[in-house]
Design a protein around this ligand. Structure first.
Ligand code: AMP
Length: 283
C-alpha cells in the first residue's frame, strides 16, 4: 500500500495508472477510520482498479474551533486498518493543509439551490462551503472515475451529487449504506470521544429513528417531531439539536406528506460537546 503526502507525487503515479487504462475510485475521509469507512473502501475495491483513500481533517468545514482541535487524529492505526485489507491497489493520500490550500486557507462560496441551507447548513454555518471546496480540490488532484460517500452524511452526499452536476465534473458519485455498531449507533470518528456513560446512552438516537419510521404511516410529521423532542427532554446526557422530517430530494422539512415523495428523518444530538448525526429513510 503506497502512502503519499504530496499532490504532485500522487498525481504522477495516478497519471501512469490512468495511461494504462485503470479505473480510479476515491474515498475521501477525515481519518480516525472505522468499519464504516472500510465498508466504503471495500465497495470501491469491487469496481475500481486503484482506490485512493484520502485522510485529511479539513479545517474550512469546521465552524467550531474546539471541534477541529479535538477531532480524533489516529494516523498510525488508520494505516494499520487499511493495511489489514491486504490490498496493494489502495493508495493513501494524507496531504498537509498547505498541499491542499496552497497558503489560501479559505473556502469558496457555493450555491446548491438551497440544499446547503437546511439542517447541517443551518446549524453549522459555512460547513458545506468547506466540504465542497475540499472535495472539488480533491477531485481535481485525484481525477477519479468513481467517488464514494456514506449516507451517514446524507445531506453531504446530496450536495456532492449536486456539485458534480452543476460544475460538470466527470465523476460518478456512489452513496453507501450507513454502518452501525451492534446496538444501532451509527459508526462515527467522534464516537471515540464519548465517555462510557455517553456511549451507553447514544443508541437512543437510532432507537427514536426506528420508532419514527415505524410510526410514519400512521402519524403526522408534527406528531413525530413532538414525540422525539419528548424523548430527549430532560435527558441529562443527550441533548437534541434537531429532529427533522424532510423531503429526500429537496431536503426541505415537510408539514404534510404526499403519496409519491420519499421522506427521511434527520437528527443531530449533542453529548456534552460531541455532536452526533444520523438519519433514516421513512418510506
Ligand atoms: P468522515 O471521515 O467522517 O468525513 O467520513 C468519510 C466518509 O465516510 C463520508 O462519506 C462519510 O459519510 C462516510 N462514513 C462515515 N461514517 C459512516 C458510517 N457509519 N457508515 C457509512 N459511511 C460512513
Amino acid at each position: 500500500m503506497l502512502v503519499y503526502q504530496e499532490k504532485t507525487q500522487i498525481k504522477a503515479e495516478l497519471d501512469l495508472r490512468k495511461a494504462k487504462g485503470q479505473v480510479i475510485g476515491f474515498v475521501p475521509t477525515m481519518g480516525a477510520l472505522h468499519q464504516g469507512h472500510l465498508a466504503l473502501v471495500k465497495q470501491a475495491l469491487i469496481s475500481n482498479d486503484t482506490v485512493v483513500v484520502s485522510i485529511f481533517v479539513n479545517p474550512t468545514q469546521f465552524n467550531n474551533a474546539s471541534d477541529l482541535e479535538k477531532y480524533p487524529r489516529t494516523f498510525d492505526s488508520d494505516i494499520a486498518l487499511l493495511e489489514s485489507l491486504n490490498e496493494d491497489r489502495i493508495m493513501v493520500y494524507t496531504p498537509s493543509v498547505d498541499d491542499i490550500y496552497e497558503g489560501n486557507l479559505r473556502s469558496q462560496k457555493f450555491d446548491f439551490d438551497g440544499l446547503e441551507r437546511e439542517m447541517e447548513g443551518k446549524y453549522r454555518p459555512g460547513h458545506f462551503d468547506g466540504v465542497a471546496t475540499v472535495v472539488k480540490r480533491f477531485f481535481e488532484i485525484v481525477n477519479p472515475d468513481n467517488a464514494y460517500f456514506g449516507e451517514k452524511d446524507f445531506q453531504q452526499l446530496a450536495i456532492i451529487k449536486q456539485m458534480v452536476k452543476k460544475y460538470d465534473i466527470p465523476v460518478t458519485i456512489i452513496g453507501c449504506k450507513i454502518h452501525r455498531e451492534s446496538d444501532g449507533l451509527a459508526m462515527s470518528s467522534r464516537n471515540a470521544r464519548l465517555t462510557s456513560e455517553q456511549r451507553n446512552a447514544a443508541p437512543l438516537i437510532y432507537t427514536v429513528l426506528k420508532k419514527a419510521k415505524q410510526e410514519f404511516a400512521s402519524k403526522s410529521a408534527n406528531e413525530l417531531v413532538k414525540w422525539v423532542e419528548e424523548q430527549f427532554k430532560g435527558h441529562g446526557i443527550l441533548e437534541l439539536e434537531y429532529f427533522i422530517i424532510a423531503d429526500e430530494k429537496s431536503l426541505r422539512p415537510i408539514r404534510n406528506k404526499t403519496g409519491k415523495r420519499r421522506y427521511r428523518a434527520f437528527i443531530a444530538v449533542y453529548a456534552d460537546d460531541i455532536r452526533l448525526i444520523d438519519n433514516i429513510a421513512l418510506n
